[in-house]
Each structure stands twice: as structure tokens, then as C-alpha cells.
Write a protein that binds this ligand. Sequence first.
Ligand SMILES: C[S@@+](CC[C@H](N)C(=O)[O-])C[C@H]1O[C@@H](n2cnc3c(N)ncnc32)[C@H](O)[C@@H]1O
Length: 218
Amino acid sequence: MANLKMEAVLAFVKENAIYGDPQSVLDTIDTYAMDGSLDQKRFLMNIGPEKGRILIDTIKKNKSKKILELGSFLGYSAVLIGMTIDDDGELISVDPDPNSIAIASQLVEFAGLSSKVSFIKGKAEHAINDLDRSFDLIFIDHEKKRYFPDLLLLESSGLVKKDTIIFADNVGLFKSDMTEYFKHVRDSNFYTSSNIGSKLEYRDSIYDAVEISVRIKD
Ligand SMILES: C[S@@+](CC[C@H](N)C(=O)[O-])C[C@H]1O[C@@H](n2cnc3c(N)ncnc32)[C@H](O)[C@@H]1O
């Protein structure tokens, strides 16, 4: 069944953004969400502009080319990552929701990024099992209780190598779900990890944070 909210965002983008201009697509989605900031129905669980800037800076600083994303939703972060990586870069984004895959694919196409961004429809745990190569950066932004088990799966499946960056969103808002995840990336001696506080997307009064963990051993 179609998701009316997602369809509304796509229609708003097609009407107001510039075709082939990824920044204009992101700004238009932000406008859609911010205009209704007091109306819960318009909240969108995108990474948003503030944490998105941290993700852009991390990709640029490390010249990350091969990126995996767990959790596509509308494709906001897929557009943000797609416009940041070089032309020979690649993003694979995974989501089990067929509505997400349909809308995100159209947004990426509208932004002119289809050659760099592809989607897998399925749960992260299944997609991880099917992938057989490592990534420079893995953006974890799906079901919060799955961050830790799916990181272990990413490791045991060979998708994480020395210098792979694990960038996890929403670890401030969902701190209570992150106990094992934090313990692993901070205390296992396999990563150096830093926590950067921010605001929740489109909500100035709600605290959130990202955790950026760099693998220091194969
Ligand atoms: C916070 S949203 C992703 C937002 C997106 N990364 C962005 O910033 O634009 C979370 C998404 O994770 C997806 N999801 C939930 N469980 C999942 C799983 N087991 N594997 C992959 N994705 C999952 C949901 O369908 C939802 O679209």
C-alpha cells in the first residue's frame, strides 16, 4: 500500500526542487519538514542538515568511495551521500520497506544520482549476508536495537576492514538502546570512536548524537 506521507514529499520535491540538483532536493525536503515543525505529521526521520553536515565532512575528510547505508527511508541521506562521493564512488542503500525503495529511487533519479546510488530491498541482516566485499564507510541508520547485532554481522561477513568508518545516527536520542553498541566500538580495542552531539533533525529542543568509529585492525 502506498505511503501517503512519502508520496506527498516526493510530489513536493517534484514541484519545488530543481531537477538534477541534489542540494535543491535536500533543501526542498528540509523546507517540507520545517514548515510543519509543530505538526508531528510533517516530521521526517531523515538525518537532516545538521547531522548531514557531519556525515558530508566525514566522507570528504576520508575520501570515502564505497559506502553502505542501512536504512534508506525517503532517500534523503542517499541523495546527500550520492552528491558527496566522487563520480567513481558508490552507495548501496538497504531498506525492507517497498515504499521506501520506490520513493528513494525516484528522489535519487530526480537528483541525477542514479549512476552512483543503488538500493537493495530487504532487511539489513539478509543484505549483509549477500554482500561479499568491504566498504570504506558504513552508515547505520535503521532499527535502533539492530545496530549492535548488525555491526557484529558486518564484521563477521567481511564488510568491515581496517580503516572502515562506521557512522551511526541517533545514538543520542536512542542512547538506552546503545549500551552494547557503545561498549563494542569504545572498549573492544578494534575501533577508535568519537561521539558528536547535535540536535534531532527538524527539532531544535531535542538532543541527538552520532557515533563515528574507525576500525583500527583487520
Ligand atoms: C531513520 S530511517 C532512515 C533515514 C535515512 N537514512 C535518512 O537519513 O534519510 C530508518 C529506516 O530503516 C528502515 N529499517 C527498519 N528495519 C530495518 C532493517 N532491519 N534493515 C534495514 N532497514 C531497516 C526503515 O524501513 C526506515 O526506512
